[in-house]
Design a protein around this ligand. Structure first.
Ligand code: MOS
Length: 713
């Protein structure tokens, strides 16, 4: 039995539960007497509800209650001021069924609760709604971009919307080599296989929610605050999440609707969104329009970077992600200007979707770098090596560690980059045009306060409890490894509990910060409980001490980042190399192989980490070649709100070779575990590497995603 667990490829401790169907996801819960609900959504994008006739719906077979803005409970009269605990990135909460205003196409305007889902869905079709439709803005190119209001966030540090060092426009005008282009990424939707769902059950004045979420603590706080209840009267359970990619980081209106529906029905209510619902109710990666201008001398040293982004947000809320922020530190350059702006549209609020900001920004910046390399007749890897910074030139701090050079070297070598012929259309395989492209990847190492409780038992086993969710990356396993190692126990002797707001509080399971935050808390709690047990039981052998004590010993520890965050700039870095083949007659692109190398600090579990990176690569293929939520500008309607017409990569789209290397990086500064996080960086740069490879294959530079066959013909 080994007790050295961190760094070992460990199979998922929850794997058996998942493959046997024993792991219960939110919608799997059927409390006694559960009723089923469906959301009725507005069919206009702006205006007011003039009349809503629910008589036929309410009288339909099996219907228990129909809630509209006339009949829904009015809990907000008692809503207390939001505590500082409640997600501060939310600038305005959409309170469903509280007024007659319509702010976007697909806004909830009624909830039907019935004995069965079929009865609810049928009754929903009987609702008669008359609107006074207003003028809707649905097209980002017709909206006036504005600067976002500065604000704090729990999900990492929010950088200012505007930054400048040196004289970027002057340096740009003086640069002998210039590239200036506009890059567009359309709206993209998260499509986890598990649909969002909430099961709500009241017991007197206490509420239990089984909810698909990445942040149980916040759901409990927000729903309690909105209902004017003490926070500990709401309990949120989410131990298993079937993928989320960020869609579970917010409390969406359906969660409140489930709670209101259960109260009105006097029974537990299950509200599972349909796939179509998810395009109107759980956020999306915002459509962005980015301008990048690069200026360089003839040796390829960057003299100027200007990177500006406009991103869509809703009419009622500012959503603003870090699209341009990595440009401030990724490549060395004395004159840099960045700016983020938002454009308000009649739509629901976008949200974080895997590497929010960085994934979008890297597409523009790393394609522009490729265009610059071509203008300079320089190898794109060599261009990046010539602009490798000695420190974070934006924060003016040393990097805690930065293995970019090693990532380029290792990935290029494994890929065979040296055999590339630089001329576009110069590499072929039969009738296919072959192209090789690359890009740099980066993502900040975030960390937020987190707590964990560890209980040692006399029989030598341990129970570890923390509120964190696991949306799929393998948190169940990696936290168990950290605890087992810190306690010197075999994996099987550690019992973990996750995904329950009654457990010690954790930050969002997002921003690639779970291991840095919660992993550090688990490790600290394990060390603390060992100290306590040895102090009580005597000696230096934990098992002997526990046997002597004869009863459980427990410790709860909360940890947070220290002053290291003011002394170092902390980021994971990587590089990704791609081979594509493009059919010259049909315009079809096949990604043949992807090679990535990452300096992401210590790798707790190489097996689940590799899976994370492969998942990010596949997500990047979707972003580059397929994903596009097509909005009809006349109505604000998503015309492909389903998995048949919104295409995501399947196995046949995934290359047989996805090669992942982790650079052996020991970072003593980031946190006690030395981890930087992996969830997000794995998608960053993939779409740019693919676009660059397509240019190499075809000579065509496509700056608007997705790169579909029509754009290549
Ligand atoms: Mo990730 S977008 O922070 O779930």
């Amino acid at each position: 039995m080994t007790t050295a667990h961190v760094g070992h490829a460990t199979s998922r401790v929850d794997g058996r539960l998942k493959v046997t169907g024993a792991a219960d996801y939110a919608a799997d819960h059927d409390p006694p007497g559960v009723a089923h609900a469906t959301v009725v959504r507005s069919t206009v994008a702006s205006g007011r509800i003039v009349e809503i006739d629910d008589s036929a719906a309410a009288g339909a077979p099996g219907v228990i209650t129909v809630l509209t803005h006339h009949t829904a409970p009015r809990p907000h009269a008692r809503a207390r001021a939001h505590s500082a605990q409640v997600d501060p990135t939310v600038t305005h909460r959409l309170r469903p069924l509280q007024d007659d205003r319509v702010r976007y196409q697909g806004q909830p305007i009624a909830l039907v609760v019935a004995e069965t889902l079929e009865a609810a869905v049928h009754a929903a079709t009987l609702l008669r709604v008359t609107y006074a439709a207003g003028v809707a803005t649905t097209d980002i190119t017709r909206a006036q971009p504005v600067l976002p209001t500065p604000k704090q966030t729990d999900k990492g540090e929010r950088q200012p919307a505007v930054s400048q060092r040196g004289d970027p426009e002057g340096a740009l005008a003086a640069a002998p080599i210039r590239v200036e282009q506009t890059y567009v990424i359309p709206r993209e939707n998260h499509n986890p296989i598990e649909l969002h769902a909430t099961v709500a059950a009241w017991d007197g004045d206490r509420l239990t929610l089984w909810d698909k979420t990445q942040w149980v603590a916040n759901v409990a706080d927000e729903i309690a605050a909105e209902l004017g209840m003490p926070a500990d009267h709401v309990r949120v359970l989410s131990p298993f999440v079937g993928g989320a990619f960020g869609s579970g980081l917010r409390v969406w209106p359906h969660v409140m609707l489930a709670a209101l529906g259960a109260r009105a029905a006097g029974r537990p209510v299950k509200l599972m969104l349909s796939r179509r619902d998810m395009y109107y109710g759980t956020g999306f990666r915002p459509h962005t329009v980015q301008r990048v201008a690069l200026g360089a001398d003839r040796d390829g040293h960057l003299g100027a970077i200007v990177h500006e982004a406009v991103q869509e947000t809703s009419m009622y809320e500012e959503y603003d992600e870090s699209v341009v922020d990595a440009t401030r530190y990724l490549h060395s350059c004395p004159n840099v200007a960045t700016r983020r702006r938002i454009a308000r549209l009649n739509e629901h609020t976008p949200t974080w979707m895997r590497a929010p900001g960085e994934a979008s920004g890297a597409f523009a910046l790393e394609c522009a770098m490729d265009e610059l390399a071509i203008a300079l007749r320089l190898d794109p890897v060599e261009l990046r090596l010539r602009n490798e910074p000695a420190q974070d030139e934006f924060k003016r701090l040393p990097f805690s560690s930065r293995s970019t050079r090693e990532c380029y070297r290792v990935a290029a070598e494994r890929f065979g980059w040296g055999r590339r012929t630089p001329e576009p259309r110069s590499m072929r395989d039969g009738r296919w045009l072959v192209g090789w492209g690359m890009a740099t990847a980066t993502y900040p190492t975030h960390r937020a306060p987190a707590a964990a409780r560890v209980r040692l038992l006399p029989d030598g086993c341990a129970e570890v409890a923390t509120a964190a969710s696991d949306m799929g990356p393998g948190t169940w396993t990696s936290l168990t490894q950290v605890a087992a190692e810190a306690l010197g126990l075999p994996i099987e002797h550690v019992q973990l509990r996750l995904g329950d707001s009654a457990l010690p509080r954790t930050p969002p399971h997002g921003g690639s910060m779970t291991m840095a935050s919660v992993g550090s808390a688990v490790q600290a709690a394990c060390h603390e409980v060992c100290r306590a047990a040895l102090a009580r039981g005597g000696g230096d052998d934990l098992a002997a001490a526990m046997a002597r004590i004869g009863q459980p010993v427990e410790a709860t520890v909360k940890v947070r980042a220290g002053e290291e965050t003011t002394r170092f700039s902390m980021h994971a870095f990587g590089s990704v190399f791609v081979e594509v083949a493009v059919d010259p007659d049909l315009g079809e692109t096949r990604v043949r192989r992807i090679v990535g190398a990452y300096g992401a600090g210590r790798i707790v579990n190489p097996k689940t980490s590799r899976s994370q990176c492969v998942g990010g690569m596949i997500g990047g293929i979707g972003m580059a070649l397929m994903e596009h939520s097509v909005v009809d500008p006349r109505t604000g309607r998503v015309v492909n709100a389903n998995l048949a017409e919104y295409t995501v990569p399947v196995h046949a789209d995934s290359p047989p070779l996805m090669d992942v290397t982790f650079i052996d990086e020991r970072d003593p500064h980031v946190n006690s575990l030395g981890v930087k996080g992996l969830g997000e960086i794995a998608i960053v740069g993939v779409a740019s590497a693919i676009a660059n490879a397509i240019h190499h294959a075809t000579g065509k530079r496509i700056r608007e995603l997705p790169i579909t066959p029509d754009k290549l013909l």
